[in-house]
Design a protein. Structure first.
Length: 369
């Protein structure tokens, strides 16, 4: 029976989201195979890893432009393999895991793992080394200079970047970002059900549905909610596990009707049911809105890896960038004015990019190795 090991890290939700998507795709396609998903960083570094992780997340969320300097510095490096030799504790834990699990395929959604795998097992390794690149277009060299056997990318634009980085075309697979298979379920339901398809269309009788996913810029979020509630829309807001933010949003909403979600596994449904998304240009968020065929207004971009995600939305005319609250509101109003001409254009374009069954296609590819 084939064994597949999936490796991730908590430095940004895109890595974990991709890892979960691959695991869910495998569970659908081949439920009886052995799959293990691990994040070896907290297991290896303990409390220190949590400090580093929180510092990184605070940096990219509060001072997104400052991360660009570190990103560009990293992109110019050519000695990644030598640098990762210093990760002795991480290599030791990975080596133990490899000895115990004996995987046929190792799937990495965080860039250091393919280097470490090669260092531990060498050229005689029997397992396939797969890298799932979670960013689009602006892809750091740390991803594609690794010794992975295959590089799985989200789109053709990203495939071109990896090719230009020196990777052989036959090693690059543009399956799409491994979103949850539930996106494929909703896509199939929409095609089969006229009622479901019409539900996503705009109606003269009901206001457009807008989803605001708050995972950055929390300080200005309550003010944006107040401004959005002055527009003729049905607003849904997600706040994750941030209870302080939930209270602030509830206070901002006052007596207005608004749906507020904390952490929920219903995100695929929310993406697919709403007409427009407001959120940051994270790898997972952008790819999920594309999979759902939902245009996006980006209000936060981390310099470096998220710039390409934002470019993908703008260059394909699938949404817009608006950094200030007033700009966001103006873009929402523009999207739905003139019989929603702008929204209809965005919607048609984002549908062309949508690959909701990417995790299933990736699962089938992994099983073929």
């Amino acid at each position: 029976m084939k064994r597949i090991l999936i490796l991730t890290a908590g430095f940004g939700e895109g890595h974990n989201s991709a890892a979960r998507g691959v695991r869910a795709g495998l569970a659908r396609v081949a439920p009886k195979i052995e799959v293990e998903l691990r994040d070896l960083f907290p297991e290896t570094f303990g409390a220190f890893n949590e400090i580093v992780r929180r510092t990184y997340l605070a940096l990219i969320n509060r001072w997104p432009k400052s991360w660009g300097y570190a990103y560009n510095w990293l992109d110019r490096k050519k000695d990644f393999d030598k640098r990762f030799e210093k990760f002795r504790g991480l290599k030791k834990n990975l080596g133990r895991l490899l000895d115990r699990f004996q995987p046929d395929v190792v799937v990495s959604t965080f860039p250091p793992y393919p280097y470490l795998l090669q260092q531990i097992l060498g050229n005689e390794r029997r397992c396939k080394n797969i890298s799932v690149i979670t960013d689009s277009i602006t892809i750091n060299a740390i991803w594609y200079r690794s010794p992975a056997d295959y590089f799985l990318v989200a789109n053709e634009q990203s495939a071109a970047v990896v090719r230009n980085g020196g990777v052989s075309p036959e090693k690059i697979k543009a399956f799409g970002f491994p979103v949850s298979p539930r996106f494929a379920d909703f896509a199939n339901l929409s095609r089969r059900s006229v009622a479901k398809a019409e539900d996503r269309q705009l109606s003269n009788d009901a206001a457009p549905r807008v989803l605001y996913v708050i995972n950055a810029g929390t300080r200005h979020a309550p003010q944006l909610v107040r401004k959005l509630l002055e527009v003729n829309i049905q607003l849904t807001v997600t706040v994750g596990r941030n209870e302080k933010l939930r209270r602030a949003i509830e206070h901002a909403a006052a007596d207005h009707k608004i749906d507020i979600f904390g952490w929920t596994d219903e995100m695929p449904r929310l993406f697919c049911e709403n007409h427009l998304l407001i959120g940051k240009a994270g790898g997972a968020t952008v790819q999920e809105t594309i999979a759902a065929g939902c245009p996006m207004i980006i209000n936060h971009v981390v310099s470096g890896q998220e710039e390409g995600n934002a470019r993908l939305i703008v260059e394909t005319n699938s949404g817009a960038i608006a950094f200030s609250n007033d700009e966001v509101v103006a873009q929402v109003q523009r999207a739905f004015s003139n019989d929603a001409k702008q929204w209809r254009e965005w919607s048609a374009n984002v549908d062309k990019l949508s690959r909701p069954r990417a995790s299933l296609d990736i699962a089938e590819f992994l099983l073929s190795l």
